[in-house]
Design a protein around this ligand. Structure first.
Ligand code: FA5
Length: 348
């Protein structure tokens, strides 16, 4: 074979490769590769014949051979990409006849669901949603709520300070309860006011089945003329019955919070034993569960917000959202809310 014949053969290899590759399917592309570019493929055999040519011819024919090889490799890669990596869909583990993979639908976290239910109950009673902030100053979290500096009542709420001072040089803190929203609401608008606020609060407390260092509260505040304890009792009763049904009973026991006078701890009949108190681990066989703090807004709080306590009166209440969520979902350990174990949530 002379050089001209070799070139002729090379160009025929190129042509037959072109027609083979354009008709190649995913299933036989590997065959085409082997036929033209394999160790014993058409191009390799032709290049092997170069041994019988002169140095000058070898240079020229070798260059032509390598150029064709580069073109074949590029065309082969492009075709593989077009056909999906050269593997059939089945070989790639893809069966287009299968139905789609189920895509699990997310749902609201039980704490969020509880906040939604509590909010709906408040909205039905004519309360509007108010806003607050997680990082508070001493004035809103304590002072305006009638906790004087160094008052022992501050110890009831172990506080996280954030290492930043407010404009009066006092330490800023993570709010320990939602009651600062009472102050923000009363300072933002004159009475009459009827607001509630659900949100996150923070206390430096040890974690156990009924305590967390980050938890949620919901606050209610009503300020108007001639608001009385009877209004508070009716409202709390209506709110509890909305959540737990008309058979739920509510009772008030005296309690102390600096920002209300009188103050009360509100208890509801145990939703697990129905108030029967018979060997019930949840209510510890008392038949009652402590649910929220409440009371009549203290005159000092009204004054701190610029309102005349002779003219205005009001009530406030604050509840732990986790406590409600535990009852609504039958969960006995608060820590489960933060572990987010799907095996638990799927049972709800
Ligand atoms: C308060 O925080 C008052 N601000 C409530 C209030 C508002 C009283 C308005 C009067 C008028 P207390 O510290 O008791 O009160 O907390 C209220 C509720 O938050 C408790 O009943 C409990 O359900 C929940 N709670 C308190 N500490 C924790 C904690 N560490 N983890 C989870 N929930 C908690």
């Amino acid at each position: 074979m002379n050089a001209a014949e070799w070139k002729e053969k090379l160009s025929r290899v190129g042509e037959s490769f072109s027609s083979a590759i354009s008709g190649a399917a995913a299933g036989n592309i590997a065959e085409v590769e082997l036929q033209f570019l394999g160790r014993k493929g058409e191009l390799a055999l032709l290049l092997r014949d170069l041994g019988s040519f002169t140095i000058e011819e070898k240079k020229e024919l070798g260059r032509l051979g390598n150029e064709l090889k580069a073109r074949l490799v590029a065309a082969l890669e492009a075709r593989k990409a077009e056909l999906g990596g050269g593997k059939s869909k089945a070989a790639a583990g893809l069966d287009l006849t299968l139905s789609g993979l189920p895509f699990p639908k997310g749902s609201l976290h039980p704490i969020t669901q509880t906040i939604v239910r509590l909010s709906e109950a408040y909205l039905k009673l004519g309360f509007a949603m108010a806003d607050g902030c997680h990082i508070e100053d001493d004035r809103h979290n304590f002072e305006a709520l009638n906790f004087p500096p160094d008052h022992p009542a501050r110890d009831m709420q172990d506080t996280f300070y954030v290492g930043v001072k407010d404009s009066s040089g006092k330490d800023m803190l993570l709010r320990t309860h939602t009651s600062p929203v009472q102050i923000r609401s009363m300072m933002a608008a004159p009475p009459p006011l009827r607001v509630f606020h659900p949100g996150r609060v923070f206390r430096s407390e040890a974690v156990d089945a009924s305590h967390s260092f980050v938890f949620h509260q919901v606050e209610g505040l009503y300020v108007d003329r001639n608001v009385s304890m009877a209004d508070l009792k009716w409202t709390v009763d209506a709110f509890i019955k909305d959540l737990f049904g008309s058979s739920a009973k509510v009772r008030f026991a005296p309690s102390y919070f600096p920002f209300v006078e009188p103050g009360a701890q509100v208890e509801i009949s145990c939703v697990f034993c129905g108030g029967k108190a018979d060997k019930c681990p949840v209510c510890k066989s008392t038949g009652w569960l402590e649910m929220l703090g409440a009371g009549m807004v203290h005159p000092n709080v009204l004054k701190a917000c610029g309102h005349d306590p002779e003219k205005w009166s009001g009530f406030a209440f604050g509840a732990g959202v986790e406590r409600f969520a535990m009852l609504l979902f039958g969960i006995k350990d608060m820590r489960m809310f933060y572990e987010n174990d799907l095996r638990v949530w799927k049972q709800l």
